[in-house]
Design a protein around this ligand. Structure first.
Ligand code: SF4
Length: 501
């Protein structure tokens, strides 16, 4: 399917993850401005040498680390589902945000003029500054446009603010009622097991169900009011331009801890090391049950939970009699199946597989990859599959992104990346895959030199210290991220395009 027709599940923009060092002012720039769209139902393979920042990226988009900068928009739920505090804050600050955006835009235009007047040599030095100003101007605009789309063109936001605030208040009440309902339903199951009378809890559940129905109706009304406000501007060109940016996604980077908790169920991770990621004191049944209870999918004593856990174990190729065993009683491959069962039991939408097969024997690797693929089909999952091993991602990924020292350097469909790699780093990685080709046509080439320090990365193209095609411009100017072939992006001044291209 072409990418235009696919639904974006995660839209990541300018993601930065800097870890401060003890020495003041120094940072490890693990992720240094990454843009990426991950589509619903795809397997996105992320590769690079160890230390390139790929694991940090996986954890940062799940907000296991608080991200330093940028946006991580999630579209598996809507703003109305979560009603985050930042939504209200943005609505209340529309005037201020618009002023800030205009200031940022003026600053960018001033820098652009200065830049244009410089010699090519001098422009190298100013390039990064101009880029940062452009990003700032766009970011501020996005804040408002994401929420109110074309209404950004208004001078007076009072009517708009009121309508959106009303929408927010209802959404918040609805979210709280939904959470309470899940809690009570789980409690009710436990009461049934203990043969307690559930009539009072039943009444509360009924009231909550009625409340949620009312809120749903109110939300429809609130949306109508917003649409009424927008209607008169439908023919305005400027409105249309910004209307396209109306966005109902949730910026994970701006959620509070308790808000993020509501989305944890949707966003899961399977770690590399199945030894340390499983609690040695819990049985397999307890390990899987933990997540189910934390998300109120089942009550503590629910009789249905055990059947459910057995089904999940069966789906993951684990025998029923393993239920009461402890992690140390299993092999590496089985432990990884347990980690997968734990992650998938809560029925997520997106799973980060962080070097999920790297610690396993090659013969077991393919079993686990097949299992992940089967479960993906069954549960409509989307994976971010992180690995240093290109031969692993080749078979499972729809698209592949190649990372180097905190940045994406190439991105394309899996077949294109292998058949026509464009970035010198990708070519080197592919050549480093051991080959069993009997003709021996492809020589084994190991990438030379170490990855430079992410505290003080090389200027210009970060790969220039190891690249055989490096020229003067590579040392000074950060290469632009360009789409050189359909759906195939690369950041390189001297891309390795084949002649027929
Ligand atoms: S920009 Fe230059 S140094 Fe960087 S990968 Fe391309 S050719 Fe090599």
């Amino acid at each position: 399917m072409s990418q235009e027709n696919r639904k974006v599940l995660l839209r990541i923009r300018n993601l930065k993850q800097y870890f401060p060092l003890k020495k003041k002012g120094l940072y490890v720039k693990a992720n240094d401005g990454i843009d990426l769209d991950i589509y619903e139902g795809e397997v996105f393979g992320l590769v690079g040498e160890s230390g390139c920042g790929k694991s940090t990226f996986g954890r940062t988009i799940l907000q296991l680390y608080k991200q330093t900068d940028g946006r991580t928009m999630y579209y598996g739920k809507t703003l109305d589902d979560i009603a985050p505090q930042y939504y209200l804050k943005t609505i209340k600050n529309l005037h201020k945000l618009k002023q800030e955006q205009q200031k940022a835009l003026a600053e960018y235009e001033k820098l652009q003029k200065e830049y244009d007047a410089l010699s090519e040599e001098q422009q190298y030095a100013k390039h990064a500054e101009l880029d940062a100003a452009k990003k700032k101007a766009n970011d501020d605009l996005l804040d408002i446009c994401n929420l109110i789309g074309g209404l950004y063109i208004l001078d007076d936001f009072s009517e708009v603010s009121k309508a959106y605030e009303n929408n927010y208040e209802i959404a918040l009440k609805r979210r709280k009622a939904t959470e309470k309902l899940a809690e009570l339903s789980a409690k009710r199951e436990d009461m049934l097991v203990d043969k307690k009378n559930t009539s009072s809890i039943d009444r509360n559940i009924e009231t909550l169900n009625n409340d949620i129905k009312t809120y749903d109706e109110q939300l429809v009304e609130a949306k109508k009011v917003i649409e009424e406000i927008r209607k008169p501007y439908l023919d305005n060109e400027e409105f249309k331009k910004y209307d396209a940016m109306l966005d109902n996604g949730i910026d994970l980077a701006r959620l509070h801890y308790s808000e993020m908790r509501l989305l944890r169920r949707d966003l899961q991770i399977v770690f590399q090391d199945p030894y340390s990621s499983l609690n040695p004191r819990l049985t397999i049944g307890q390990i899987i049950a933990e997540g189910l209870m934390a998300h109120n999918i089942f009550g503590k004593n629910s009789p249905r939970m055990q059947d459910y856990i057995l089904k999940v174990m069966d789906d993951c190729g684990l025998q029923a009699y393993f239920l009461h065993r402890f992690p140390h009683q299993f092999s590496g491959g089985q432990r990884q199946r347990i980690s997968i069962a734990r992650a998938l039991a809560v029925n997520p939408k997106f799973v980060v597989c962080d070097e999920a097969v790297s610690a396993l024997d090659v013969s077991i690797q393919s079993q686990i990859i097949n299992l992940l693929q089967d479960l993906k089909e069954k549960q409509d999952l989307t994976y971010l599959f992180i690995t240093h091993d290109l031969s692993v991602v080749k078979y499972i990924s729809d698209r592949i992104g190649v990372m180097y020292l905190g940045n994406m350097v190439e991105l394309g469909n899996s077949e294109d990346i292998f058949a026509d790699p464009i970035h010198p780093y990708t070519v080197a990685l592919i050549n480093a895959i051991p080959t069993t080709d009997p003709d021996g046509q492809r020589e084994l080439q190991i990438l030379e030199g170490d990855i430079p320090s992410p505290v003080n990365p090389p200027s210009g193209c970060k790969f220039h210290t190891r690249c055989q095609y490096c020229t003067e411009i590579c040392k000074q100017v950060v290469p632009e991220w360009r789409e050189l072939k359909k759906d195939h992006f690369v950041a390189c001044h001297h891309p390795l395009l084949k002649e027929e291209d």
